[in-house]
Design a protein around this ligand. Structure first.
Ligand code: ZN
Length: 305
């Protein structure tokens, strides 16, 4: 009896110590993260704050937001130093950055920095070769066959299609199913093979250098709602030197933080967190959450946690 009591006390202390250690580790050493925003054809004041809340509510990240001057304004003094950060989230679609900021960004990537290319961040700078390689695929802004092939999923493989035509479009917003294409990658390991994403845009006909490293999720872009009729690559990592780059095309921003369906989807939030941890550290320590969506059930986290 006494032995059993001692065992219980020991178990309790062990658990308490574990909880204390885990919490102090994440509170003491959160991943220093920069969200770069300030211009976008999307509602960046909503998306950047939503991303900050998703990341910080996990207690794994400490997030700074840096906003550029507004579109059309002078960006010559917009010099960004990426070196203090383990993770840079690009939530930007606008005017060209000054050369010093462009060079700093490329150096940050080449030295092995962690980067998230989020939604319309794959639209800008079509003529900046290094940025196109950091994205692997991009859309709009005059992209066509001169910017690289269309890339999509066909017969269990990614194919590159050099047929001419514009790059980047999407059909009507809707809920859609994401299908996993690499079950071993730490970002997706343990997640369902298929899950239903809340209403969002589904980017299609994207083109670019196509240097995808690991294709993680595709979704079928149906012609009936204005799509391509192809299985489109929406979530992947990028092969670019030593950088760890997570490209996620999901997450079209809503009108307000409260009306922000695509970003309030538990699947989007969890994928962002796992991609962020992987990009910053090369590992994913997060457990698969009990509220992850299933193939036929959308799940929302309205408060971004
Ligand atoms: Zn959008």
């Amino acid at each position: 009896m006494k032995h059993l009591l001692m065992k219980k006390i020991c178990n309790y202390l062990f658990i308490m110590f574990g909880v204390f250690f885990a919490c102090s580790a994440c509170a003491k050493n959160p991943i220093r993260t920069l969200i770069l925003t300030g211009q976008n054809n999307h509602n960046w004041p909503v998306s950047s704050v939503a991303i900050k809340q998703i990341l910080e509510n996990s207690a794994q990240f400490q997030v700074d937001i840096i906003s550029s001057p507004a579109k059309g304004e002078d960006l010559s003094s917009f010099i960004v130093d990426f070196s203090p950060y383990s993770l840079v989230v690009v939530d930007y679609n606008g005017d060209a950055w000054p050369e010093e900021t462009r060079n700093n960004f490329v150096q940050y990537a080449q030295k092995g920095g962690g980067i998230i290319i989020y939604h319309a961040a794959d639209n800008p700078f079509p003529d900046w070769k290094a940025y196109s390689e950091i994205c692997a695929l991009g859309g709009w802004e005059g992209r066509d066959e001169n910017f690289g092939p269309y890339v999509y999923w066909q017969d269990n493989a990614l194919v590159k299609d050099w047929s001419p035509g514009p790059g980047g479009s999407h059909g009507k917003q809707r809920e859609y199913v994401l299908s996993v294409r690499n079950t071993d990658h730490p970002i997706v390991k343990g997640l369902p093979m298929q899950w239903l994403h809340a209403q969002d845009e589904l980017y299609d006909r994207m083109r670019g250098p196509g240097n995808i490293k690991d294709i993680l999720y595709t979704a079928y872009s149906e012609k009936e709602t204005g799509g391509s009729g192809r299985e489109e690559p929406l979530v992947f990592t990028v092969d670019y030197g030593k950088a760890r780059i997570f490209h996620i095309m999901l997450g079209h921003a809503g009108e307000t933080l409260e009306k922000n369906t695509a970003m309030q989807c538990a699947g989007f939030q969890e994928l962002l967190l796992r991609g962020a941890e992987w990009a910053a550290t090369g590992k994913v320590t997060r457990k698969v959450p009990v509220d992850f969506p299933t193939a036929d059930r959308v799940v929302m986290r309205m408060d971004y946690k």
